[in-house]
Design a binder for this molecule. Structure first.
Ligand code: NAD
Ligand code: MG
Length: 380
């Protein structure tokens, strides 16, 4: 039996993780956590019988406690609750399906308690990769990628030696606005940006896909996960989202992982520690597909990617600034307080004003995050 705890069980990755648990008799959910959706948490408690449920919002936690008092599930609240869930003794693997930098502390807590991490929460690795990766080594835990591109690379690297990797080719769909130019993006509405061509995901990552910030975060995520130099990572646009990423080796071979876009595959592959199990779902039909096409990303229009590369090259606290400014800008865009293109302006402005702190501690990272949030809130 593999016992798992899920941080962010009510979201897109969280609910798909539960779907994998439903289909596999050797998986057991021992803990779940979410921000505020207690109606869904209650349903999950009644279906999966976890021992612990954590709710980010303290008041909602109190409400949930009353709603499930007839069950054996303990309910915890706030950051302390998330930390308790991350370290709970019954679990072996922590699925980090929470969105944003709020995942940093629980992820670290989980590793310190010896949990393998099935990592979807890329913001944690982007901002604190220099802390997370050495900690994983120190505590002897694995960081198993859930992001489809990184899972594809993980699959392509199975049995290969690190020194034979020439470069990683991270594929991108190009998002819903591929082919458009800056002037076409001036009046983009929230609804347009939320229409991803190939994947159904949470709102924040869907906007990040439209700005190509997501691809920038994924480049940084890959750098940490696979110990690569930035100049060994290339983004290739592959609009059909059939090739999930590729690795080029020093002999010129390229190994790619293909399949229909279905996040349950990388989630399942991570939970089983990089081994395969049966998974239902549509299979790829090459004749029906017809062709797979490639192009370079449009870095002039979709500045999320070059800004991320700049932040990655600056290193230290700059990826935190990039990520925190983006998190706040996306929240404002979803609240219709700023325009789509303002997201780039906000990120760029935050980066320009920042003086890099090298090797920031978790406390420094979280302090910079709050400073960035405050400054953006006061100016927009
Ligand atoms: P989502 O918005 O659908 O779900 C987020 C989850 O986090 C929810 O369960 C929510 O309740 C929880 N959460 C948010 N704030 C919280 C708080 N303060 N306290 C406790 N819980 C809180 O997001 P998602 O699309 O599932 O993405 C989750 C992560 O996975 C992100 O980092 C994203 O970049 C990454 N990811 C997602 C996909 C995808 O297909 N959805 C693919 C690759 C990577
Ligand atoms: Mg991805």
């Amino acid at each position: 039996m593999i016992k798992i705890a899920i941080l962010g069980s009510t979201g897109s990755i969280g609910t798909q993780t539960l779907d994998i648990v439903r289909k596999n008799k050797d998986l057991e959910v021992v803990g779940i956590a979410a921000g505020s959706n207690i109606a869904m948490l209650e349903e999950q408690i009644r279906e999966f019988h976890p021992r612990l449920a954590a709710v980010g919002d303290e008041e909602k936690a109190a409400e949930l406690r009353v709603r499930v008092k007839d069950t054996d599930c303990k309910v915890a609240g706030g950051m302390d609750g998330l930390l308790e869930l991350a370290a709970m003794k019954e679990s072996q693997i922590l699925v980090t399906a929470i969105v944003g930098m709020i995942g940093i502390r629980p992820t670290i807590e989980g590793m310190k308690a010896g949990k393998d991490i099935a990592l979807a929460n890329k913001e944690t690795l982007v901002t604190a990769g220099h802390i997370i990766m050495p900690l994983a080594k120190e505590y002897g835990v694995r960081i198993l990628p859930v992001d489809s591109e990184h899972s594809a690379i993980f699959q392509a690297l199975n049995g290969e030696e690190h020194k034979t990797i020439d470069k990683l080719l991270i594929t991108a769909s190009g998002g819903p606005f591929r082919g458009k130019k800056t002037k076409d993006l001036e009046h983009i509405q929230v609804e347009d940006a939320l229409k991803h061509p190939n994947w159904a995901m949470g709102q924040k990552i869907t906007i990040d896909s439209a700005t190509l910030v997501n691809k920038g975060l994924e480049v940084m995520e890959a750098k940490w996960l696979f110990g690569m130099d930035l100049n060994q990572i290339q983004v290739v646009v592959q609009p059909q989202s059939v090739i999930h990423s590729m690795v080029q080796f020093t002999d010129g071979s390229i190994i790619a992982q293909l399949g229909t876009p279905d996040m349950r595959l990388p989630i399942q592959y991570a939970i089983y520690g990089g081994t395969r199990r049966y998974l239902d779902g549509e299979r790829l039909d090459f004749a029906k597909l017809g062709s797979i096409t490639f192009e370079n990303p449009d870095m002039e229009t979709f500045r999320g990617l070059p800004l991320a590369m700049e932040a990655a090259r600056a290193g230290g606290s700059m990826p935190t600034v990039f990520n925190a400014a983006n998190e706040k800008a996306v929240a404002l865009f979803l609240q219709r307080k700023i325009r789509f293109l303002d997201i780039y302006t906000i990120i760029e402005d935050a980066m320009e004003r920042h003086e890099v702190v090298s090797n920031p501690t978790v406390e420094e990272i979280l302090k910079i995050e709050q400073e960035i949030y405050k400054r953006i809130e006061s100016r927009w």
